[in-house]
Design a protein. Structure first.
Length: 526
């Protein structure tokens, strides 16, 4: 691109921030020529987490583990960002050094009424073992109309393998078989770690503090222009030969409608959709609301522009069935160490080393993880924070006879104490805790049953100066619901638009390795 030409980024999540980084680092653009529009007052998208102002509790919608070989684009980015804690290190070194000191090895992957139960045996039938093997040789075209539960037997969904897999990666039986297959191929070399999660890598703090904050610091120091509280509403296109070109951006700033007319070599990079759109926070005393019928700016924008070009995808495939894409998470802030001490005694894991425990036979399909403390920068020493989630929130609990979706934070904590057999300490735990539940209508929408073309290509063929990034564009063989997918899409977008002749880290193909094949087959027969 020529000097003074601009790139406009719609959305302020990890995908846009990564794209801005690549525009600066590899595209040699000036920061002032990179403009990021964000509808909310906070940058970071789904990688959020913060202490509520004037309150003694934290809110966080998600907690994620990474793995170095699968997250190659992510660690490549982190290796180029300086640590804010230690200027002698980059972020990759900071994360890997932390994981040398705080190693994940789940000793209580499954808990049943306060007792650790077997998670080593995958309990797969011979038929389902063969179906897993056959799936590797299927083409995506041949299975694009199939859900996972249309391929596997009913018994498959009662196996330890499925319970481990679905509670790590958030799959439901009705999700796309294509996405399930992509995950199996991407984690092929890691399948024997499903019961211990010892392949997992975590950040020293929550990912907002450990990744978003230093990335934003890097961009701000180079004068990238952040336009918060700015809602991009539409794009206007003009013909340019056989294709089109984005000519105008329509947006609102402080409720004032504005527009930008693009120069010939300006470009637009759009984060499509949002898996955390219309999230609703409850409280310790109140259940979160399901915002079912409210319009979402991210989804409305995609719906609007998808009517203008045939290769912009089909947003209704992903946002039109909330009952199949929602689940509920929660964070708990404790002001004394009782709960963490009891968990360490039960599981044998210190906080930060468990990777997550799932409660077997939980009606809510409930899991919890205790991250290393402090989980937030500047977290007071007297506070401890953990996170959990339930994947079937419309079912009554085992101990609290209400649907999770109807439960306050106090109710969810009571259900948790029941599964842990902590009733003896429940009053003390409740007195020390604030549990905040979150309802997320679209959280697993990217796993929806889809066909080719429903997710648009990163670079649509119909428009010359436009790219799509994030969870709802198509990165061949990539796995959605990961930071890696967002960062990889951003790198593809920038390198393609700017014609950068630099190699993008390839997606790891562990299934080509004979040692991995042997290990995977051996594991499936556990």
């Amino acid at each position: 691109m020529k000097n003074n030409n601009k790139v406009y980024l719609v959305g302020g999540g990890i995908a846009s921030l990564s794209a801005a980084f690549f525009l600066l680092k590899d595209g040699k653009m000036a920061g002032k020529d990179i403009i990021i529009f964000e509808n909310s007052k906070k940058i970071g998208g789904s990688l959020d987490g913060e202490k509520k102002l004037n309150e003694d509790f934290y809110i966080i919608r998600g907690h994620r583990l990474m793995e170095e070989s699968v997250y190659e684009a992510t660690f490549n980015l982190l290796s180029q960002l300086p640590s804010l804690e230690n200027p002698q290190q980059n972020l990759k070194e900071e994360v890997l050094d932390f994981n040398q000191k705080v190693k994940i090895f789940a000793k209580a992957r499954f808990i049943l009424r306060g007792v650790i139960v077997d998670a080593y045996s995958l309990s797969l039938s011979g038929r389902d073992r063969l179906n897993l093997l056959y799936l590797l040789f299927k083409t995506e075209k041949s299975i694009q109309t199939l859900r996972i539960n249309e391929y596997f037997s009913v018994d498959f969904f009662k196996s330890n393998f499925w319970l481990e897999f679905c509670t790590i990666f958030a799959f439901q039986p009705w999700h796309s078989l294509i996405e399930f297959r992509r995950y199996i191929l991407n984690i092929f070399h890691l399948i024997d770690f499903l019961d211990t999660l010892s392949c997992g890598v975590s950040t020293p703090y929550c990912q907002y503090d450990s990744i978003i904050v230093p990335l934003m610091d890097y961009l701000k120091k180079r004068q990238v222009n952040f336009k918060k509280n700015c809602l991009v509403e539409d794009l206007d296109f003009i013909k340019d030969g056989k294709a089109s070109r984005v000519k105008k951006i329509y947006y609102q700033e402080q409720k004032i409608k504005k527009e930008i007319v693009l120069n010939f070599e300006d470009a637009v990079i759009v984060t499509l959709g949002s898996m955390t759109a219309n999230s609703s926070f409850g409280s310790h005393e109140k259940a979160p609301e399901l915002k079912k019928d409210l319009p979402s700016p991210a989804w409305s924008f995609w719906e609007k522009i998808s009517q203008k070009q045939t290769d912009f995808g089909n947003p209704t495939v992903f946002n039109d069935h909330i009952n199949r894409s929602k689940w509920e998470s929660f964070s708990i802030t404790f002001n004394n160490p009782l709960f963490f001490d009891l968990m360490e005694k039960l599981t044998g894991n210190k906080a930060g080393t468990d990777g997550g425990s799932t409660f077997k036979n939980s009606n809510w399909n409930l899991s919890i993880t205790l991250p290393y403390q402090p989980h937030f920068k500047n977290q007071p020493k007297n506070l401890q924070v953990c996170w959990g989630y339930g994947m079937t929130p419309d079912v009554k609990g085992n101990f609290v006879k209400k649907k999770m979706s109807e439960c306050s934070g106090e109710d969810i904590l009571a259900e948790l104490c029941g599964h842990l057999k902590f009733e003896k300490y429940q009053k003390q735990i409740q007195a020390s805790a604030i549990c905040i539940p979150y309802m997320m209508p679209y959280i697993t929408s990217q796993f929806s049953l889809r066909k080719k073309g429903d997710r648009p290509l990163v670079i649509p063929k119909s428009v010359k100066n436009l790219a799509f990034i994030g969870q709802f564009c198509e990165v061949p063989n990539g796995i959605v619901f990961t930071i890696e997918y967002s960062i990889r899409s951003a790198q593809i977008a920038v390198y393609s638009l700017l014609n950068i002749k630099k190699k993008i880290p390839p997606i790891y193909k562990g299934y080509y390795n004979l040692k991995n094949i042997y290990k995977a087959i051996k594991t499936v027969f556990r």
